[in-house]
Design a protein around this ligand. Sequence first.
Ligand code: NDP
Length: 313
Amino acid sequence: MSEIKTRCLIIGSGPAGYTAAIYTSRANIAPLMIEGYQPGGQLTITTEVENFPGYPEGVTGPQLMEDLRAQAVRFGADIRPGFVKEVDFSERPFIAKTDNDMTIIADTIIIATGASAKYLGLDDETKYNGMGVSACATCDGFFYRGKKVAVVGGGDTACEEALYLSNLAAEVYLIVRKPHLRASKVMQARVLDKSNIKVLFNTVTAGLYGADFLEGAHLVEHNGTPDQREYDLPIDGFFLAIGHSPNTEVFRPAIECDHTGYIKVKGETTLTNIPGVFAAGDVADPMYRQAITAAGMGCKAALDVERFLTEQA
Ligand code: NDP
């Protein structure tokens, strides 16, 4: 068991965490980052990133995260593997414990643990991940120009993804398990008005097929009723948009979250309900969820930490 003291513990290693590490390191705060189970975060499972400013030719998700990591290391950030499994927020300094037997005594904490896209739970989703299956239309949609794609879900995210894809793909199918959409009326109207989006109501996905790459989905309409109909839909891309789960289990209930589990921050800041604890990136952002907005919030969290430590001194 090792015990480490730090002025700032950063939990999570996506764009928010790395940016917070770059800024706090440059401010001589000497942060300690615990990377989590998926070092680099969600971007490490995407392919090409073409919308992160500063990369005119695009960059792969893993390369972008390596670059951010290298920049943080250059300024002295202490980055370690591990998963923070519990934190005592009852008094300062806070005490965090990891699954690899570290005890971290931290004056401040930045929570940047991100959110994970929900999947249907089909084995085929894993089989074709990155080869036709994606949970991010803005990341991967460009590769489906002129092709046929399907989006699963009936909420605002699914409608937004379907609309985004409809400007790239030839045809977009929206697979909705209920007889209606859950999305806001305005989003519903936009989707229903779009000539190349076809909504498949009362439809669930039973599986996917294809030799190496995805070639289609096995669908079931009116599942479990006398009208049940099974058929195959040929598609090149299958996008999940059935919601995201913010990775906040470890911090609740001490850290205040909204009804969907996202950490609540105060106004335009990254302050949580506990003084000295800050949140940045997708874990506190149900709205934008982009690498660049997460990075921006990581910067804000680092500046908030700096201000907090100065006030405490
Ligand atoms: P939601 O929870 O609103 O919607 C999830 C959708 O996925 C629902 O249609 C749900 O179906 C469907 N779904 C869930 N599980 C399954 C499953 N196993 N199989 C098939 N379908 C499934 O999530 P969103 O990510 O869309 O939105 C989250 C929040 O963010 C919402 O409050 C939304 O309004 C907000 N948001 C706002 C935006 C904006 O304002 N521009 C953009 C994006 C999100 P069912 O309806 O049957 O439960």
